[in-house]
Design a protein around this ligand. Structure first.
Ligand code: IMP
Ligand code: MG
Length: 172
């Protein structure tokens, strides 16, 4: 894996994460939130985000797998590790690193809706809008990006690059 360019620096990321947290705090003021982090990619994003939130929140984690490898998802998605928190009647916000085809998040949203949360929204750090295969709109978006496969800030290419503090485009 070779880094081609830096797309967002850690300063730009930090500024945007603060803005997202302000918006979310405003929207949920007076409420409590359950944040559901999609492992593994969103772990750094959620860790940063919650420290800027001013609404009380609890966290849980879900791991989904889409069969397929490399840089695309296959469409067949399963829950590998479920959340442990009951969400019925609760305000729930899913935290994801990136939405690409939309398959993962539309699957997860459908699954979690069956548990009858009071509200269910989605916050993604990155949005590859033009790559959708199914219609999906996130409620909160960090950055909308175009071409390229990115690593860093928790995102990986075959497990590599998660530790990089910037969002970097790799050579494909
Ligand atoms: P979707 O189901 O196609 O929307 O897939 C979203 C998942 O694909 C994300 O959770 C990532 O794991 C992965 N993904 C898509 N694009 C990228 C990228 O540019 N870098 C790292 N992971 C990506
Ligand atoms: Mg992921």
């Amino acid at each position: 894996m070779k880094v081609k360019e830096v797309l967002y620096t850690k300063e730009e990321i930090d500024k945007r994460v603060r803005e997202l947290a302000d918006t979310i705090s405003y929207d949920y003021q007076g409420n409590e939130l359950i944040l559901i982090c999609i492992l593994k990619g969103a772990f750094i994003f959620m860790a940063d985000l919650i420290r800027y939130l001013t609404v009380p929140c609890i966290v849980d984690f879900v791991r989904v797998a889409s069969y397929g490898s490399g840089t695309t998802s296959s469409g067949k998605i399963v829950i590998k590790k479920d959340i442990e928190t009951p969400i019925e009647g609760k305000d729930v916000l899913i935290i994801e690193d990136i939405v690409d085809t939309g398959l993962t998040l539309s699957f997860l949203v459908d699954k979690l809706k069956e548990r009858k949360p009071h509200s269910l929204k989605v916050c993604v750090f990155l949005d590859k809008k033009h790559r959708r295969e199914v219609e999906f709109n996130a409620d909160y978006v960090g950055f909308t990006m175009d071409e390229g496969f990115v690593v860093g800030y928790g995102l990986d290419f075959n497990e590599m690059g998660r530790f990089l503090p910037d969002i970097c485009v790799i050579e494909e």
